[in-house]
Design a protein around this ligand. Structure first.
Ligand code: UDX
Length: 456
């Protein structure tokens, strides 16, 4: 008799909800667990509280069929599950740079107290190195019920907008286990049998390596983006074209073109917090100098936001009283996420400097309005740019990449646009008599463009 493993997923945020629905799609019976009752009710009703392509369909299908259920009860989870994934959040500590891992601790502890049969706990959250080994001990200490608990760490690399694809067919699987824990290894091979059949590389290693792989990957990506953005600062000064530079170095296969898009920089729930948490963790370990370059990576990234604000002021002469049309507020396209969004940060700063800020994002308005309610959120490009003294493109949605000068002519007060993501055809806009300033390009406005157009 083949008995399929019963899977629980603790935490039903971005990571957990995606993992739970994808595991059901792979054929497992899945129980999603969260302490947030409202969230659980919503998910059980088949409603996804965030935007992710392909996920609502999976959630509806499997909640309807009963393969995917939700609960707030750790007792139920501990008695039922064979494999328990922990996918709770590890936000930045309030007032600090380190990761707040209290939710991971609480989840592991609750599981340990409620597991009543042989089970494997698998951590997926992004955590400071050392967490897995500590929790592996803690879990054994707190477990008094029947059954043996095994412990593994299996970091998640999912990217928003690609979460379903990244979970069903990941680039690689990384799994940290206790030395020679062949049972844990066998169970995870069963969980990931379909990925293995598709020849996904599966790397078994120790806890520390598994934890570090995740933060190393994110630190590398963040560094790559800040690297090109640092060159932006140079090309803005001496002249040159950052896009061509990125294309040219990207042709070297060792470098690669991806994640070399210069612009207003990275944001979101992962890269900014993860590079800060990594630095905090290594300094805690006494390795103060080791990750110091990440401070620079962070600073270069934040300077891009300053640059957009400064450029806007330079162009208009003053921000107070100016009308600004902002295109994009999500931290990246195809997402409704505004966590640490460079776009929302810039919009808020312009508002705080006295500008009237109209914002349009195809998906992000609602979340942005929760964080920064005082901006004027509108539901179309024309509404955002109407009477604008300057238009600023900050998130490269396809809808914005497709914009042409004639779409905005007649609506704006000034034909001035700042391309914060380097996605517009500069020549086309200049030919249509627009003043266009793109990050990473030297900006040499004509006398008429600057000053004369300033609001009074
Ligand atoms: C990231 C990692 O890609 C993913 O592997 C990890 O598991 C979680 O963190 P995500 O935050 O969803 O995923 O978004 P990503 O697509 O990586 O973009 C991050 C930020 O970098 C966005 O603000 C994006 O606009 C910016 N970015 C990305 C650039 O500025 N330039 C680029 O070339 C690429």
């Amino acid at each position: 008799v083949i008995v399929t493993l019963r899977i629980t997923v603790i935490g039903t945020g971005y990571l957990g909800a995606t993992h739970a629905a994808c595991m059901a799609e792979l054929g497992f019976d899945v129980l999603g667990v969260d302490i947030d009752e409202r969230k659980i009710e919503q998910l059980a009703a088949g409603q996804l509280p965030f935007h992710e392509p392909g996920l609502p369909e999976l959630l509806k299908k499997h909640t309807a069929s009963g393969k995917l259920r939700f609960t707030t009860s750790f007792e139920e989870a501990g008695a039922w599950g064979d494999v328990h994934f922990i996918g709770v959040g590890t936000p930045q500590k309030p007032g600090g740079y380190g990761a707040d891992i209290r939710y991971v601790d609480a989840a592991a502890l609750s599981l340990a107290q409620h597991i009543t049969k042989d089970a494997l706990i698998v951590g997926k959250s992004t955590v400071p190195v050392g967490t897995a080994r500590r929790l592996a001990c803690l879990v054994q200490e707190k477990h008094t019920g029947p059954g043996t608990i095994r412990f593994a760490w299996n970091p998640e690399f999912l990217r928003e907008g690609f979460a379903v694809k990244n979970t069903i067919s990941p680039d690689r699987l990384v799994i940290g286990i206790e030395d020679r824990d062949l049972d844990a290894e066998a169970i995870l091979r069963e969980v990931y049998a379909s990925q293995l059949a598709a020849e996904t590389p599966m790397i078994f290693t120790d806890y520390e390596t598994a934890e570090l792989v995740k933060v190393a990957a994110n630190a590398f990506l963040a560094t790559k983006i800040s690297f090109i953005n640092a060159f932006s600062e140079v090309t803005e000064f001496v002249g040159g074209d950052i896009r061509t530079l990125a294309d040219a170095i990207g042709h070297d296969a060792r470098i690669g073109r991806r994640f070399l898009n210069a612009g207003v920089g990275f944001g979101g729930g992962c890269l900014p917090k993860d590079i800060r948490a990594l630095q905090a963790r290594v300094s805690e370990l006494g390795l103060d100098r080791t990750m110091r370059f990440l401070t620079e990576v962070d600073e270069i990234n934040l300077r891009r936001r300053d640059r957009v604000v400064a450029l806007t002021e330079e162009i208009l002469g003053r921000l107070n009283g100016a009308t600004v049309g902002i295109l994009g507020v999500a931290f990246k396209p195809d997402s409704d996420d505004v966590r640490d969004s460079p776009a929302l940060d810039v919009a808020a700063r312009l508002f705080n400097a006295g500008a009237n800020v109209n914002v349009y994002d195809p998906q992000g308005n609602a979340n942005a309005a929760k964080r920064f309610p005082r901006l004027n959120y509108v539901d179309s490009v024309p509404a955002a740019v109407r009477d604008a003294h300057v238009v600023i493109l900050l998130t490269e949605w396809q809808e914005f990449k497709n914009l042409h000068p004639e779409d905005l002519n007649g609506l704006v007060a000034n034909k001035i646009i700042i391309d914060g993501r380097n996605v517009l055809n500069v020549q086309e806009w200049e030919d249509a008599d627009w003043t266009i300033a793109a990050l990473g390009r030297k900006f040499e406005p004509s006398r008429e463009a600057i000053g004369l157009n300033a609001p009074v």
